[in-house]
Write a protein that binds this ligand. Structure first.
Ligand code: MG
Length: 382
């Protein structure tokens, strides 16, 4: 079990749940980070008394250090501040719950310091999976996934050899528009899209679940995390979300991980692994579960998933460009500046326009990320 944890993105959905889990387990929270200073961040500082808080925006960091001057906490800012929060000697584990490519450098810095990475930032592996996994292997830093699907596969694979794995069965609920045609989704509002039937999550990831881009990003992540080929991952739509993912072994045995739909569970496991501790979550009630059903993904009506699977095969900067364009587009959709179906159009157009650079280094990836965001804003942001 880890002793002290740094939470990057502590005011977001995963960040807040990590705070609750750390308090439940009695794990010290030694650093926090957020983009801006908010009332919630101040509340967290006063309650948790971390050593360090990284506020990304410099002006906000200055204001924040005045607001919490009486606590003696050290405030840092910018990407340097984020790196210090992730890789400083104050923690032995970092929960990477920031969204976007901003999480990349801090995660790599923490890997170099051999910290446990409780990975909750999708872009880290989507954009730079090859680089990140290679560095983690070299430094022997542990990466324990927080995403429920990857946590499930991680648990199912524990104690097994890689060559026993035939394929990963990556489950997904299908989101709030499962079974609907793309043409029926033209007028979907942000309010409808963020109403996820099973999981309570932040706005961006909820929209990604509605477009199935979330499953696509998870597909790419799984490929890196478990070093399998795209052909060895099958997406399985499972509306009840009780099975969080499965692995099929070479002899045909399928192992599944089941549990309630609460992100706190995989968060806790990432902090206590390889141990398990009693948790504060509800137990799975099999007598209330009436059925578990499964269907194939509808790639025609969820083109975001199809595009992500294509990018998983293409590699290079393809996944990064797609993911960055998607992120920008989702924010424009949430601001009522873009239609729901245009999210896919943005991602596909960005890949088409910017092309794919093979074997990119970190700077090339970060450049591709900003170019994709710029492209979407310029082309679709009128
Ligand atoms: Mg997930």
């Amino acid at each position: 079990m880890v002793r002290s944890v740094s939470i990057l993105g502590s005011t977001g959905s995963i960040g807040r749940q990590t705070v609750a889990v750390a308090e439940h387990l009695g794990i010290r929270v030694s650093a926090l980070s957020a983009n801006r200073s908010t009332g919630l961040l101040e509340e967290q500082v006063r309650r948790l008394r971390p050593e360090l808080v990284a506020v990304y925006d410099e002006a906000a960091a200055r204001d924040f250090s005045i607001a919490v001057a009486d606590t003696g906490v050290r405030i840092v800012s910018g990407i340097g501040g984020l790196i210090e929060a992730a890789a400083g000697s104050h923690c032995d584990c970092v929960v990477t719950a920031v969204s976007g490519a901003i999480g990349l450098r801090p995660t790599l810095a923490a890997i170099e310091q051999k910290k446990r990475i409780a990975l909750a930032n999708k872009e880290t592996l989507v954009c730079a999976g090859d680089i990140v996994m290679k560095r983690a292997l070299e430094s022997e830093a542990e990466i324990v996934p927080v995403d429920s699907e990857h946590s499930a596969v991680f648990q199912c694979m524990t104690g097994r050899k890689k060559d026993e794995l035939k394929r990963i069965l990556l489950t997904g609920s299908g989101g709030p528009f499962r079974g609907m045609k793309r043409s029926e989704l033209e007028d979907v509002t942000p309010e409808q899209a963020v109403r996820h039937p099973k999981w309570n999550m932040g706005a961006k990831i909820s929209v990604d679940s509605a477009t199935m881009m979330n499953k696509g990003l998870e597909f790419i992540e799984a490929m890196h995390l478990f070093s399998v080929k795209p052909a060895d991952i099958q997406v399985v739509v499972h509306p009840q979300s009780v099975i969080h993912s499965m692995v099929e072994l070479v002899d045909g045995t399928v192992i599944a991980q089941l549990g309630v739909q609460d992100m706190g569970l995989p968060i806790q496991l990432a902090l206590t692994w390889p141990e398990r501790c009693p948790s504060m979550f509800e137990e799975l009630d099999f007598f209330r579960l009436r059925e578990l059903s499964f269907e194939a993904p509808d790639l025609v009506n969820t083109p975001c998933l199809a595009l992500a699977m294509e990018m998983a095969v293409a590699g290079g900067t393809g996944p990064c460009v797609m993911s960055a364009a998607n992120e920008r587009a989702v924010h424009m959709f949430l601001e009522h500046r873009l239609g729901f179906n245009r999210i896919y159009d943005c991602a596909a157009a960005a890949v088409e326009k910017l092309g794919i650079i093979k074997d990119p280094d970190l700077d090339t990836i970060i450049d591709a990320d900003s170019a994709a965001r710029r492209f979407v804003e310029e082309e679709f942001g009128k």
